[in-house]
Design a protein around this ligand. Structure first.
Ligand code: GDP
Ligand code: ZN
Length: 316
């Protein structure tokens, strides 16, 4: 069960009573075979669901007896599991915090930013472990590359340094989740922001502990100062759904101002196409060639993945 916090998640804040007069609630926890619904009145109730029912944390629902009816979603966040399966993680989020720390693998951040933008979520970057000396170089580099297009929050989760700007950002009514590679400090950060959550730091991932039959519980936490965070253990450890080449070409961070509309071809991949605004941006020094090289590298990786996926589907 989710513990009560000082401020409650906003149950169905955009809908009041539906025409059928069933009360509107918000799914604040998912336990596999049941969900916990928080109503506008403040009441909570467990409702049984089928294992494969597509209800997720963040869904606004009406409850009539034991029947849940989902209201339309504004956004959907999905993840990919170790076997390539796609799972819905949460509904109606509007921000995605991408957590990095020194020695985080390159490329993850850009892919996550693209995936967030594709899903209609505003990405922001948390630079964790700022208590360590080698974080300042990372922070400087991130500020140059992303500082003008994304909110950046340098902080230390374990030392509780720099958390207030992030709290203030979330308190503007945002509902978000954190992603990042293992070890960057996502559990530590959630513990620091939601003292009632009590996650194990450095815990085994869902994949490693699969044999032990762990139930994945995902929960929506209201922050005492405002804003909400979703915690889904499987999502913390795994990745976002891969973007397509079209998504990457459109949303790669740093290409925004140069706009895909100004490329001659609408589906320009910014590689060898004539009249490409990105290529001329690189030639004029408006786009750093290192950024462009990284774009090309990710583009090739996605193209290879997509070609392999097509081959698999032919064989089946
Ligand atoms: P996760 O895999 O992203 O959930 O990362 P964890 O929260 O489990 O943290 C991984 C390791 O990094 C643990 O040993 C944490 O104590 C450590 N860690 C997390 N945040 C910080 C921080 O702000 N500073 C330092 N120095 N270590 C941290
Ligand atoms: Zn182009």
């Amino acid at each position: 069960m989710m513990m009560k916090t000082e401020s409650e998640p906003r149950a169905g804040h955009q809908y009041h009573l539906q025409s059928d007069q069933a009360p509107v609630g918000l799914i604040v926890a998912h336990h596999g075979i049941s969900v916990e619904v928080l109503f506008e009145s403040g009441k909570r109730r467990m409702v049984r669901v089928k294992r494969n029912s597509e209800h997720v944390v963040g869904d606004n629902v009406t409850v009539a007896g034991e029947v849940l009816k989902r209201l339309p979603r504004r956004t959907e966040l999905r993840r990919r599991d170790a076997r390539g399966g796609i799972h819905l993680v949460a509904a109606n989020l509007d921000v995605l915090g991408i957590v990095v720390a020194p020695l985080s693998p390159g490329g993850f951040l850009d892919r996550a930013i693209v995936a967030a933008r594709v899903a209609g979520l505003q990405p922001f970057v948390v630079v964790n472990k700022c208590d360590l000396d080698d974080t300042s170089a990372l922070l400087g580099a991130l500020q140059v590359t992303y500082g003008s297009s994304l909110p950046l929050f340098p902080l230390s989760a374990t030392e509780s340094i720099g958390l207030d700007p992030l709290r203030a950002f979330l308190s503007q009514g945002h509902r978000g989740a954190f992603v990042g590679t293992t070890g960057v400090g996502k559990s530590s950060l959630l513990n620091a922001l939601c003292p009632d959550i009590n996650l194990k730091v450095g815990a085994l991932s869902e994949y490693k502990s699969q044999g032990r039959h762990t139930t994945t519980v995902s929960t929506l936490h209201a922050l005492s100062g405002g804003g909400e965070l979703v915690d889904t253990p499987g999502f913390r450890d795994f990745g976002l759904v891969d973007s397509t080449v079209e998504d990457l070409a459109l949303y790669f961070p740093g290409f925004e101002e140069h706009g895909d509309l100004s490329c001659r071809f609408r589906n320009c991949r910014h590689r060898t196409e004539p009249g490409c605004a990105i290529l001329s941006g690189v030639e004029q020094g408006l786009i750093l060639s290192a950024r462009y090289e990284l774009y090309l590298q990710i583009l090739s990786e996605i193209e290879t993945d997509q070609a392999e996926a097509r081959c698999r589907s032919w064989r089946n």
